[in-house]
Design a protein around this ligand. Structure first.
Ligand code: SAH
Ligand code: DHB
Ligand code: MG
Length: 230
């Protein structure tokens, strides 16, 4: 099956199930115009994130990797009144584009984009006891995903959900000898997810491979268990 076919199906899904969305399309257009890389989640993936926020009834969401705020807008739209989303972005120019897109979507009141390296910001959030968040979406630099997940565990409540993007990397994750540091990061992430590395039964997770307009990749969905063994 070819990339062309996967993209055609993503187009079909967007056309039939998702419909026109001028605000999200404008957010992508403004991101392209500002020179941001075209690496946001696909529309179908954005809708999945939105559905997960809704299904989970999340009122507080933590995002790592804002880019132009595309996934941010998908998720923030699912928040109930009084809900909040905090998104972390290292690149101030990207954060500025995201801020404008979020304002255009009418979401500035419930979304904050915080500029800085996510590792540092996360440590500060933990120190400040800024949680608990109901749901986290990890989508920043792939090499640091294991560290992000470990810190996110300090901020996401028991019963919360942590979703991670780009975990399969065109299949490179299955290659123990991979020289792609991003794929190696995702292998370390999976090793970490193995229950005994985090403390028995602390999270329950699976990874789903995906194809579509963004190529061949995958999402990990992890549930932070309510009952933690000592
Ligand atoms: N979630 C976005 C896409 C994010 S792309 C969407 O789907 O719409 C990855 C983002 O992570 C980029 O904007 C990149 O600048 C950011 N990033 C990379 N390293 C980072 C770091 N150390 N801390 C925070 N953000 C980082
Ligand atoms: C790429 C894709 C992503 O979804 C992301 O978050 C970062 C980078 C990429 O294809 O390079
Ligand atoms: Mg991604």
């Amino acid at each position: 099956m070819s990339q062309e076919r996967w993209s055609a199906v993503d187009g079909y899904i967007a056309e039939t199930l998702l419909g026109e969305d001028p605000v999200l399309e404008q957010a992508l257009a403004a991101s392209v115009a500002a020179g941001l890389p075209a690496i946001a989640v696909s529309p179908a993936q954005g809708k999945l994130l939105q559905l997960l926020v809704r299904i989970h009834g999340a009122e507080s969401v933590l995002e790592l990797g804002t880019l132009g705020g595309y996934s941010t807008i998908w998720m923030a739209r699912a928040l109930p009144p009084g809900g909040r989303l905090l998104s972390l972005e290292v690149n101030p120019a990207y954060a500025e584009v995201a801020g404008a897109n979020i304002a255009h979507a009418g979401l500035s009141d419930c979304v904050e984009v915080r500029v800085g390296a996510a590792l540092q910001t996360l440590r500060t959030l933990v120190e400040q006891d800024a949680g608990p968040f109901d749901l986290a979406f990890i989508d920043a630099d792939k090499e640091s995903t294991p560290e992000y997940f470990t810190l996110a565990l300090e901020l996401v409540r028991p019963g919360g959900v942590i979703i991670t993007d780009n975990v399969v990397r065109r299949g490179a994750i299955a290659d123990a000898e991979t020289e792609d540091p991003r794929a190696a990061g995702m292998r370390r992430f999976h090793e970490l997810l193995a229950a005994d590395r985090l403390g028995a039964g602390r999270v329950s997770a699976t990874t789903i491979q995906t194809v579509g307009s963004k190529g061949y990749d995958g999402f990990t969905v992890a549930l932070v268990e309510e009952v933690r063994s000592a």
